[in-house]
Design a binder for this molecule. Sequence first.
Ligand code: NAD
Length: 252
Amino acid sequence: MHDWLALTGRPALVVGAGGLGGASALTLAAQGARVVLADVDEEKLDRIARAAKDAGSGLRTVVCDVRTPEGCRAVVAETTVLAGPPQVFLHAVGRNVRKPVLDLDDEDWVDTLTLNMSSAYWLGQAVGRLMVEQRYGRMVFVSSVSGLLAHPHHAPYAATKGGMNQMLRVMAREWAHCGVTVNAVAPGYIETDLTKDYLDKGNNRESLESLVPARRLGHPEEVADAVAFLASDRAGFITGQILYVDGGRVLV
Ligand SMILES: NC(=O)c1ccc[n+]([C@@H]2O[C@H](COP(=O)([O-])OP(=O)(O)OC[C@H]3O[C@@H](n4cnc5c(N)ncnc54)[C@H](O)[C@@H]3O)[C@@H](O)[C@H]2O)c1
């Protein structure tokens, strides 16, 4: 069973060094992938690079801002120089503005669409070009249960995740004959910087836990394990799928 995932030596670009991207980068690096981790926040990059080193693996880091097509193409080009053209790609950046629709301003909408969905498109297109050329690729996007459920106060966020799901299904269909798979993991509530403040407020944590059939929130490592599987050789016949990692949240 050694190297069952067959990730050893594979160039992997992970965009997003936060809770879910950081945990996934560490898991991929532990499985032997040549990980390049990219984020706008240098401190987070350093923290994950140190954790990888402490765990006996390693990864390269790139500071980037993925809110423009040029920024996205630059990080893909830099990854190619550092590790080779990506064979594995994970998109794990995102923001959420929790407001009722009637209270949202124009920036809330545009900024959320740009970071969550346009960056997924720009990065997916740039990486997809290299994967199609190589006739091999494993692309994974971090979607959300919000792409399916209608949580109040989540309009821009839910729109980006629903849009991402449809975008990746089209990419999956277009690139399937080239050995490139495109899938998503769709987590329920996982404690990271994105959710921490909200979970710490009032009885939010308890009331969210009560909505999960597993009666608990998820851990970043549980999302990372699903990412590693979809990023592996073992998942070569799975494409265009949204894998919910949610303790059963979307069942209720
Ligand atoms: N945490 C959850 O419960 C949860 C649930 C479902 C989906 N998700 C999704 O998972 C993904 C990652 O979320 P997370 O929980 O790890 O959040 P996080 O806030 O911990 O990480 C997000 C990362 O994105 C980086 N980033 C922000 N703007 C950037 C930019 N312009 N350029 C480059 N990097 C930028 C941040 O520095 C941060 O490291 C998001 O798409 C989020 O929607 C999270």
